[in-house]
Ligand binder design. Structure first.
Ligand code: HSE
Length: 413
């Protein structure tokens, strides 16, 4: 008999228990022996749960039970979760998790600790919810040099943007709905300000390039300043606005990593990814462009990835599954984004907006101006040519003396 423990009985934890118990027979067949959940740790009481007899409040019960070899940490956060994970790995118990905050902050350390104690730290559920993405990068695509990874990595913001664009729902109502559906983080600021997507691009980049990319190394902005005017300009120019996380290998071998809203061409597959769905494009030097698509958040999709990791650990006891991800003293392998090239959409307002077009051309070169129905006379919107972002920002600083810069959104290239 193989025994599993679950730490945290929130959205993902309860989904993990539900899916595991529903499919326990087939899971046991796949593992090759009888499998069961022995403990569910949560400080709250769940007297009506069908699994009330497995509920405990004391972590040491799990830590000191030799029968438990695999633990799912689905409690979230980086305090208790970090402490519990370290102590479990030090005991040689494998830990699987959906906790992207912890993986992004401590992944290199916890993977090393797991290796030293001949167990595993697996985190498929930390990126893309139910989408299998980390194993494909780590295994199936291992023969490639990864040239870039980019995509929609946050279900909540994609849900909000879809509702705003397609149903003219307000930002606040859409966010409330995403929270009710169990998509959003405990503090949804992490979703809407791009921090959650940032953690995920750090995890993807660290796995693909073998060096820990910390969230502090990645420029990150969210969707809170996007207006319906921007949405309309994007639409008229042939784009939709999506929050995109990306990491790209540059010609000198260094990496560019960034999370921000982007104008995505309607012809790109990412443009048609709506609601809670995520999609991740991985470009390898052999395989070309591979796209992964599925539900990026929610109880059972995320549980699907957690249970998959549990099964992998149960099937391979005392086997360390190879993960290429180490810490690096030198952090200069990620370049400052301002030193890289981009093209941006800009919306400005000024009393003499039309008269500014001459100096705009001198600053940026040939611009593509965009129209929208009812555009006020004091507003113009345009897309710049591709140029160094620091130069774009210098120009916008000069421009800000005569106009209000209302929006700057990068174009997806
Ligand atoms: N809040 C996250 C999202 C949950 O919306 O994508 C899944 O990681």
């Amino acid at each position: 008999m193989s025994k599993v423990a679950i730490i945290g009985y929130g959205t993902v934890g309860s989904g993990t228990v539900e899916l595991f118990m529903k499919n326990r027979e087939s899971i046991s067949r796949k593992v090759g022996k009888d499998c069961d959940i022995k403990y569910i740790l949560d400080l709250r009481d769940f007297p009506d749960s069908p699994f009330a007899d497995r509920m405990i409040k004391d972590f040491d019960t799990i830590l000191n039970d030799d029968e438990v070899t695999v633990v799912a940490e689905v409690v979230g956060g980086t305090t208790f979760a970090y402490d519990y994970t370290k102590r479990l790995l030090e005991k040689g118990k494998s830990v699987v998790t959906s906790n992207k905050a912890l993986v992004a902050a401590k992944g290199a350390e916890l993977i090393k600790l797991a290796k030293e104690h001949k167990c595993n730290y697996l985190f498929e559920a930390s990126v893309g919810g139910g989408i299998p993405i980390l194993r494909p990068i780590n295994k199936c695509l291992a023969g490639n040099e990864i040239l870039s990874i980019s995509g929609i990595l946050n279900g909540t913001t994609n849900f909000i943007l879809s509702k705003m664009i397609k149903e003219q729902m307000s930002f606040d109502d859409a966010l409330k709905m995403a929270q009710e559906l169990g998509y959003a983080e405990a503090d949804p600021t992490a979703d809407v300000e791009g921090e959650d997507a940032c953690r995920k691009i750090c995890i993807l980049g660290s796995l693909a390039y073998g060096k820990h990319i910390y969230p502090e190394m990645v420029h990150c902005s969210g969707i809170t300043r996007i207006t319906l005017d921007d949405v309309e300009y994007a639409d008229n120019a042939g784009y939709v606005i999506k929050l995109i996380g990306s990491v790209k290998k540059l010609e000198d071998g260094k990496l560019k990593a960034i999370v921000c809203p982007r104008f995505v061409p309607k012809t790109n597959l990412l443009a048609s990814v709506d609601d809670v769905y995520n999609a991740i494009s991985v470009v390898g030097d052999g395989v070309g462009n591979v796209m992964f698509y599925g539900q990026g958040a929610g109880k059972l999709p995320t549980a699907s990835a957690v249970v998959g990791d549990i099964i992998d650990c149960l099937k391979h006891p005392r086997t360390v599954l190879a993960v290429n991800w180490e810490d690096s003293e030198d952090k200069s392998f990620v370049v400052p984004y301002k030193q890289t090239n981009t093209s941006v959409y800009v919306r400005i307002q000024a009393d003499n907006a039309e008269a500014l077009k001459g100096s705009l051309s001198e600053m940026f070169g040939k611009l593509m101006y965009i129209e929208r129905a009812g555009r006020p006379e004091n507003e113009i919107a345009f897309i710049t040519p591709t140029m160094k972002e620091a130069d774009i920002d210098d120009n916008l600083t000069i421009l800000s003396h005569t106009a209000q810069i209302k929006s700057k959104i990068r174009i997806y290239q």
